[in-house]
Design a protein around this ligand. Structure first.
Ligand SMILES: NC(=O)c1ccc[n+]([C@@H]2O[C@H](COP(=O)([O-])OP(=O)(O)OC[C@H]3O[C@@H](n4cnc5c(N)ncnc54)[C@H](OP(=O)(O)O)[C@@H]3O)[C@@H](O)[C@H]2O)c1
Length: 337
């Protein structure tokens, strides 16, 4: 079968032939149709993630979409989304024409959303939904501030906040492309982030855009944007960190947190089961099927993955890249919106 293979830590995968996976008890054989290239895939392949360096060679891909070929408890032909532990534990991931998975790791998909969009949403969308709806417990009418509003996490958080009845949704994003995406997703205001932002000055601009405090902050960035956003939490506010794209640390004053009885929370997809991830994904796909939720993405065939991977690794990917494992070279095309 055709597969992407990481042969050295920190390098893009090579495309080649790999033996098809052999059967195992309570495992399902799935023909993969689509898999996204995410920051987690690239980080794990460098060998510097907190999971440690993965044994080589291995097929990357921490998630994918496909069709069940053979399984005991799931009918053949069932369309599924699945997470994998590729790069985090020994074993292969989704960037191959076939993958073998525990049946408990399959999430059956409803009709109405194309495989490449499901893949583009995937774990980042699940994290956004879980952080906003379950962790922060967003209530109708509340004000939401989404840092990194142009990321997949950010795009989904903005749309999910809108769909859940948030009163005002403000995004903060770095590049003009990310700012535009945040607007397209329905942000009422978008604050520009700059690499030389000072926390207090940025906090002022965020406060203006929020017209006061924020009840919920969704933070995939940490760093200076988080330090600024922590200053404008409303009484009873919830701040959920789920990433560190802008820095490893942020600071807050005891007075701010204490006087407002605010809650500082962390979220990782690793804390919820695949069944629970499936719940979040199905809620998101209902909105996507009705045309209410999208995420900017581009689709590339497997043969063009090495170049696409380099773009993701070097911060040059303009949107989520999705590998179409059913396409021949040259058949990939841009996705929406
Ligand atoms: N906790 C979890 O379970 C979980 C799940 C999924 C993702 N995450 C994390 O959430 C974060 C976003 O993930 P994603 O999949 O949504 O990523 P993504 O779509 O690849 O987007 C990354 C975004 O980060 C922004 N960014 C990078 N460095 C920045 C900086 N210094 N200042 C401001 N913005 C910066 C980029 O903005 P520009 O476009 O302006 O360059 C880009 O829009 C990552 O850290 C990821 O690891 C966590």
């Amino acid at each position: 079968m055709r597969a992407a293979v990481i042969e050295r830590h920190g390098t893009a995968p090579a495309i080649g032939e790999r033996p098809p996976p052999a059967g195992a008890e309570a495992h399902a054989l799935v023909s993969t149709t689509a898999a996204p290239v995410t920051p987690l895939d690239v980080l794990c392949a460098t060998g510097t993630s907190y999971f440690g360096p993965p044994p080589l060679p291995y097929v990357p891909g921490v998630q994918g979409v496909g069709v069940v070929q053979d399984a005991r408890g799931v009918p053949a032909g069932t369309r599924v989304w699945f997470p994998t532990t590729a790069g985090m534990a020994p074993g292969d991931g989704s960037m191959a024409q076939q993958v073998l998975l525990p049946e408990t790791e399959l999430v059956a998909l409803p009709d109405g959303v194309e495989d490449t969009l499901v893949a583009a949403l995937g774990l980042s969308a699940i994290a956004a939904w879980a952080a906003l709806i379950w962790k922060a417990g967003l209530r109708p009418g509340e004000k939401v501030l989404v840092l990194g509003g142009g990321s997949v996490v950010g795009q989904v958080a903005i749309q999910a906040a809108r769909l859940s009845g948030a009163g005002r949704v403000v995004a903060a994003s770095r590049s003009s492309r990310a700012q535009e995406r945040a607007r397209t997703c329905g942000a009422d205001a978008v604050v520009a982030l700059r690499d030389d932002d000072e926390p207090d000055e940025l906090a002022g601009r965020l406060t203006n855009a929020c017209a006061g405090n924020a009840d919920v902050v969704i933070d995939p960035l940490c760093g200076v944007p988080a330090t600024a956003a922590l200053q404008l939490l409303a009484p009873g506010g919830r701040f959920v960190n789920l990433g560190s794209s802008a820095g490893d640390s942020a600071t807050f004053t005891s007075a701010t947190l204490r006087s407002r009885s605010a809650r500082l929370l962390g979220y990782t997809n690793n804390e919820i089961s695949t069944a629970r991830k499936g719940e979040a994904l199905r809620a998101l796909l209902q909105h996507a099927a009705a045309g209410r939720l999208r995420v900017d993405h581009e689709v590339v065939p497997l043969d063009r993955l090495p170049g696409a991977w380099e773009r993701q690794a070097n911060g040059l990917a303009e949107r989520r890249i999705v590998v179409d494992l059913t396409a021949q070279d040259g058949n990939g095309g841009p996705g929406g919106p």
